[in-house]
Design a protein around this ligand. Structure first.
Ligand code: AMP
Length: 271
């Protein structure tokens, strides 16, 4: 670091490992804007409920480390759970409004675990910038809220969703899918494309769009956890789609719960 403190701009990419191109796109973004890039790999127990897949979540550290090396990541932070959570840990970060809907409604306590670990990682790593994926739209919004409300000196960048060539959003959980389920998983992207087409054709009623999405997912072999069309800033459901809306879905394909979303700004769409 020089005497002005320059040369040490840390960009941070938090992950749970089992890295794929989606993660690596965040890493590349981080590298563009920093002097030092830190990737954390930590399957955070606090964000899983007892009924979820913490035990079987894919752990592929050697492969992850190779991918990070190829991208010239400077530091991989790979702590054990007991290094992050001591036995006497009692303080958690809770968001009171935005975390109650969408994934927060389906996974009670999930965002409390996410915000707590991200706050701890920010304190440990002290980045200037942190890069998150639009794939977890509600998570990104909540982290921006936390940084704002608790005055973390970290700039949050939200990077676009990377997809497989056929449209499936990349996810560490895609490895759970059997070949048949992998084919069925396409219904998530198809439903979002159907919604986008309807909006392009002038449909503004959220109920009609939701109905079409429901049909697409059910015909494609998915079981809906939720389909929500919400205002991007408040995450409150909208009945008429005007301005910036988030169309977010969570769908079970077999036992695997997948999420996906698109953000649509009707003003931009009409322009
Ligand atoms: P995870 O390891 O699933 O906790 O994800 C770590 C980060 O990668 C989060 O900010 C995710 O939103 C982001 N991410 C996951 N999948 C994708 C994807 N397909 N495209 C872009 N970012 C992603």
């Amino acid at each position: 670091m020089d005497s002005n403190g320059k040369g040490h701009r840390i960009a941070f990419v938090p992950t749970m490992g089992a890295l794929h191109e989606g993660h690596m796109s965040l890493v590349r973004r981080a590298k563009e804007i920093s002097d030092i890039t830190v990737v954390s790999i930590f399957v955070n127990p606090a964000q899983f409920s007892p009924l979820e897949d913490l035990g079987k979540y894919p752990r592929t550290f050697e492969r992850d480390a190779d991918l990070c090396r190829k991208e010239n990541v400077d530091v991989i932070f790979y702590p054990d759970a007991d290094q992050i959570y001591s036995d006497d840990h009692t303080v958690y970060i809770e968001e009171a409004v935005l975390s109650g809907s969408l994934c927060g409604a389906s996974r009670p306590g999930h965002f409390r675990g996410v915000l707590t670990v991200v706050a701890k990682l920010f304190n440990l790593i002290q980045p200037s910038v942190a890069v998150f994926g639009q794939k977890d739209a509600q998570q990104a919004i909540l982290i921006q809220r936390m940084v704002h409300d608790l005055n973390f000196p970290v700039k949050i960048i939200v990077a676009p969703i990377l997809r497989e060539p056929d449209g499936l959003a990349m996810s560490s959980r895609n490895v759970y899918l059997s070949p048949d389920e992998r084919a069925r998983a396409l219904c998530l992207h198809q439903a979002l494309c159907a919604a986008q087409d309807m909006l392009r054709n002038g449909e503004k009623e959220a109920m009609s769009v939701t109905k079409k999405m429901k049909q697409t997912i059910e015909q494609g072999g998915g079981v809906i956890d939720y389909i929500e069309i919400v205002d991007y800033d408040t995450l409150k459901p909208v009945s008429i789609m005007d301005g910036k809306v988030l169309i977010a879905i969570a769908v079970f394909i077999g036992k695997t719960r997948l999420i996906d979303n698109i953000v649509i700004d009707s003003q931009v769409l009409q322009a």
